[in-house]
Design a protein around this ligand. Sequence first.
Ligand code: FMN
Length: 296
Amino acid sequence: MSKQTWQPGTMLSPLPPALIGSGNMEHPNVMTAAWTGIICSDPVLTYVSLRPSRYTHELISQNKEFTINLPTWKIAEATDTVGVKSGRDLDKFALTGLTAEPCSKVKAPQIAECPVSMECKVLEVRPFGTHDMFLAEVVAVNVDDKYIDENGALDLEKAGLLAYAHGFYYTLGRKIGKFGFSVEKKKNPAAPSIATVMKADEKFGKKKIQMPKGRTVSEAKDTTTFFENGVEVIVKKPKFSPKHKPTSLKNDKERKDFARQKSVKFSRKENKGTNYEPYSFKKKSDGSFKQKPKRK
Ligand SMILES: Cc1cc2nc3c(=O)[nH]c(=O)nc-3n(C[C@H](O)[C@H](O)[C@H](O)COP(=O)(O)O)c2cc1C
């Protein structure tokens, strides 16, 4: 690999283009900030770095409280807008349609459209240069119950969180492994050390997985696994495809029931408002979905 050496720059990516809620419910304000992060796990400490010219800087300096809200692709436009307009000049909630909601422990508003909102109390302000760092303790976290599963665990894959990298917004994409999955795999001698689903979308975009001759392919209920350049590629099967009907289905009625059940499970309706794209739909440039023409 050949790399060019550049001048120092703010290249850490991806970062959340977080929505910072400030002020109070009578006079709420919201702005975008990518210079934010976690400093410590216990106590949970965070920061946001703000230029002194921001109205948010003034409000947080007064109230010593703010919220960090994680935006989704659905509110990408609003996220950008509140990052280029100042609350000094206009009401950004009225402008964008974002909703300010009260918090449990701070007076600053949280943003209803964000699946995760963190309530923060400022401990210290440290001026550095262009930006002042507001170091704060997270005193509460509010999570949209839509993304809490039956075991109480938070599953954000369907939330469609936004990421910001080097001047551009991205969606997060698919979940490809759990914290520690690489070591868990090693514990099982039958399993290879590297696992990835990186090719899944690409392969399914092309609909068919073409397997070169001699490649070992193993089929499981939900996945097809093969090796490519020493990397194990696990491809999720499109469960709604009639190709992957369980062989146990005996008659037409059972097959129809199965198809109905699967199509409900993977329906666009259920996934409305998320970036979870069933493979049979292609996204158009305006973000809407176009169904592939049916095969004749
Ligand atoms: C993606 C994005 C990231 C931003 N990150 C920061 C940041 O980390 N710190 C900052 O001071 N301004 C940042 N800004 C700029 C502010 O959001 C912008 O100046 C905003 O208009 C300030 O609003 P306010 O005056 O209502 O506080 C960012 C803007 C965008 C679009």
